[in-house]
Design a protein around this ligand. Structure first.
Ligand code: ADP
Ligand code: MG
Length: 381
């Protein structure tokens, strides 16, 4: 299966399964050939992976469209890396099967799966300089020296590392090493890119910079990408869809917006962002919808307005629920203020943007909390 897969198609920004077009963004340059649209699709069918008595992945079914950026998000130990290693062929399923482009890869060894992989630890070869690190996968494919050089130059320029080809990995910063790792994963034009906590070792600013770098590479190459992370911001920023995993199983799969705004379960609500769980709030919860059984009510902190009692009401009375509480504390976070407000037995978190002319409310102050009834969500307990 390998040479048919060895290039990347440019992808229209919005379509995953659209017809293949000739690639101008391909690292292979003008080598690009027509490719079957279904080739890069990934499907897990009832995959279980046991390590002895530990079920790391349980009956997982999942499909990834061609060109899609899918992120597997979950806490440590939830089975994310195992899922990725199964796809990469470094582990074999205990049950179930994985299909790429409609064909089972059970018998396909990892080195023939034609996937670019970036591990959390960059896994560059320390004794090889940047150029040799990048040439390695091309040499393995028997590519001629002149073409290898041209490709290395092209990808280095693309990841803004031109001029560093003679450096050893130890002479690069963390961000530069990560760029080399990304370049090496992309250099052979694989149809699938796998990323395991790719930005986990970088500090915040660099992480945000690399996030937009990865996003624009993905857009440009239209490469089907499966990314594993425990970082919710990374998942929300990068992904077309997010799969939330918990204890080896899928908890919810949806777009970033839907996962954040309409979490299916309490676990998802709390794992992505902050959630006020209105389990025993000490007041009647008003909502637009009737509460389904076995659910609890939830509202996001930024959906709650906090105001002094004499301040004008901010939300149309017909649409809102309003309760009185007492500020316990205010946490200052640059452009945001976070309040903990006690309402009876419940401590609610509200978050607001700092606005000129609206001074912070003080601990001990009696305040009014308001929110739209339509912002209350019911999630499975
Ligand atoms: P994550 O990447 O989400 O942190 P992993 O997939 O690494 O989770 O691990 C899932 C579970 O499987 C954990 O309980 C972990 O301890 C276990 N596990 C992972 N790899 C192995 C292994 N090679 N041998 C035994 N247990 C493992
Ligand atoms: Mg992991």
């Amino acid at each position: 299966m390998s040479n048919a897969l060895a290039f990347i198609n440019q992808q229209p920004a919005n379509g995953f399964a659209s017809v293949a077009v000739n690639s101008s963004a391909s690292i292979a340059g003008n080598e690009a050939k027509e490719k079957d649209v279904a080739l890069a699709q990934i499907e897990f069918r009832n995959v279980t992976k046991n390590y002895g008595s530990v079920a790391a992945v349980k009956d997982l079914s999942l499909s990834v469209s061609r060109g899609e950026f899918l992120t597997i998000l979950g806490p440590s130990g939830s089975g994310k890396t195992t899922t990725l290693m199964l796809l990469a062929g470094f582990q074999a399923p205990s049950q179930g099967d994985i299909f790429i482009a409609g064909k089972s890869v059970a018998a396909v060894p990892s080195y023939r799966r034609d996937q670019g992989i970036v591990f959390q630890s960059y896994a560059l070869f320390p004794p090889l300089n940047v150029r040799r690190n990048l040439e390695f996968p091309l040499e393995m494919r028997g590519m001629k020296a002149a073409e290898r050089t041209a490709r290395v130059d092209r990808i280095l320029s693309r990841v803004h590392l031109s001029g560093l080809e003679d450096r050893m990995p130890s002479q690069l910063s963390g961000g530069q090493q990560q760029r080399v790792a990304l370049a090496r994963a992309l250099i052979a034009d694989p149809p699938i890119l796998l990323l395991d906590e790719p930005l986990g070792a970088l500090d915040r600013n660099l992480r945000e910079q690399m996030q937009s770098e990865i996003k624009s590479l993905h857009k440009e190459f239209g490469i089907t990408t499966v990314c594993v992370t425990h970082d919710q911001d990374e998942a929300l920023t990068l992904s077309d869809r997010i799969v939330v995993m918990r204890a080896g199983a899928i908890e919810q799969t949806d777009t970033p917006e839907a996962i954040y705004d309409r979490p299916a379960t309490q676990f998802v609500a709390k794992f992505l962002g902050e959630a006020n769980i209105l389990e025993n709030p000490g007041f009647m919860i008003e909502s637009e919808a009737t509460q389904p059984s076995d659910t609890i009510a939830m509202i996001r902190p930024e959906r709650i307005c906090v105001a002094a009692l004499d301040a004008p009401k901010r939300v149309d009375a017909d649409l809102r629920q309003s309760v009185i509480g007492i500020v316990e504390n205010m946490i200052y976070a640059g452009p945001l203020r976070k309040y903990h407000v006690r309402v009876g037995s419940t401590l609610l978190v509200a978050r607001e943007h700092v606005v000129s002319g609206r001074p912070a409310l003080q601990p001990g102050e009696e305040v009014r909390l308001e929110w739209l009834r339509s912002d209350v969500r019911f999630v499975a307990a």
